[in-house]
Design a protein around this ligand. Sequence first.
Ligand code: ADP
Length: 482
Amino acid sequence: RRKWKRVMGVLRELEEGCETTVGRLKQVVDAMAVEMHAGLASEGGSKLKMLLTFVDNLPSGSEKGTYYALDLGGTNFRVLRVLLGGQGSSILAKDVERQPIPPHLMCGTSEDLFDFMASSVKEFVEKEGNDSESSVVKKKELGFTFSFPVRQTSVLSGILIKWTKGFAIEEMVEKEVAQYLQEALIRKGLDMRVAVLAYFSLLIYSEQVNDTVGTLALGHYHDEDTVAAVIIGTGSNACYVERTDAIIKCQGLLTTSGGMVVNMEWGNFWSSHLPRTSYDIDLDADSPNPYDMGFEKMISGMYLGDIVRRVILKMSQESDIFGPDSSRLSVPFILRTPLMAAMHEDDSPELTVVAGILREVLEISDVPLKVRKLVVKICDVVTRRAARLAAAGIVGILKKIGRDGSGGITSGRTRSDVKMRRTVVAIEGGLYTNYTMFREYLHEALTEILGEEIAQHVILKETEDGSGIGAAILAASYSSSN
Ligand code: ADP
């Protein structure tokens, strides 16, 4: 009885630590908008990097023709082709080929890595050439999603800041990424060099880390009211369209009027208003990048399962409700987020899924039903907080661009006089798409923060494969405008 009381104490402390009242969420909203502003005011002005992408032109849905994309995201490499119909946002056909990157190429020479990619592209293009008339099309555009930190200098070029995700090809650091691809493509077409040059009128984007820009492009292709994109998968990031004159840190440099896509790198957002627990502090301290990516560590799929594991571990140390010590409970990241979601969403009366995962993954057997219910509760607290904070982040973006319903109120007019414009946010990522409870909590919080009236005008639209298809469509919109 005493031990159960102690466990309840741990749960109560967790709940309090994870509290996300609407009031608190609104503080996070404000903090996000303020940090965005600071990151746009000066380089290093905020933990939000607010990287310029130089993408000032988003697809409209009327692009036409065949476009290619190359997606180097981490362990995999993809080549894609889309056939756009020219009206009504139609995608008439798409083909994708995915290949794992052989590990030795990740730390070999730039030539080996890019030759490998160029060969794949060549094969892919030639395959099409045989079975359609499109080989007579002279010009081909290629969008390149390169998910590593890049300092963009224009939409066509960017310099690699550093490698991440296990890649280490030192010679490329501080060099133009697009150049390597272009040269490799030329090398691969040696015996048809001129043809290849004519064939590929290369239009290469080194899109910034992550895939948000592609997601935004894809969202905008389908719906021109799309103003921002959010990815919530293993990691999390967001980008949005900012007014060029609000990008203070680059005044004078930007020639385009109107808007530009800004990659927020929002995983690194931090605010003292974020509800933080001892589990978050420990998780951060044990991570390879302490004090970094604070927001991502509270909301993304990489971490949620591990927060739950840490809570269960703590409870098992405070009592014996989980039976004899399981050494598995001390293994970082052993409880993956999809398993956590499966426990959370277990709707069997006896919670057999929970029992199975506790047994198979954590080697905790034969716990009574009330303990299994406790596990579900822990998953709920952790996921609810994550989803609600993600919602607050989204509203923060809307606030920054005056789409949260609060802007534009001048004296003499009331809120209801202000017409709220339809506002679409493209969203993708495995956590959002596969974890129903997460998605529902996110939607619920969005409505709570904005109020029902305003929330009606804000639409979250799920996209699929922004990093691939979106990049190809972006290539299309550039080729038709330039
Ligand atoms: P990326 O690794 O590029 O972010 P995804 O967008 O597909 O790829 O996201 C994958 C992540 O989504 C996984 O790491 C996991 O955290 C989360 N995820 C995938 N499936 C589920 C699921 N069924 N329930 C909860 N989270 C999931």
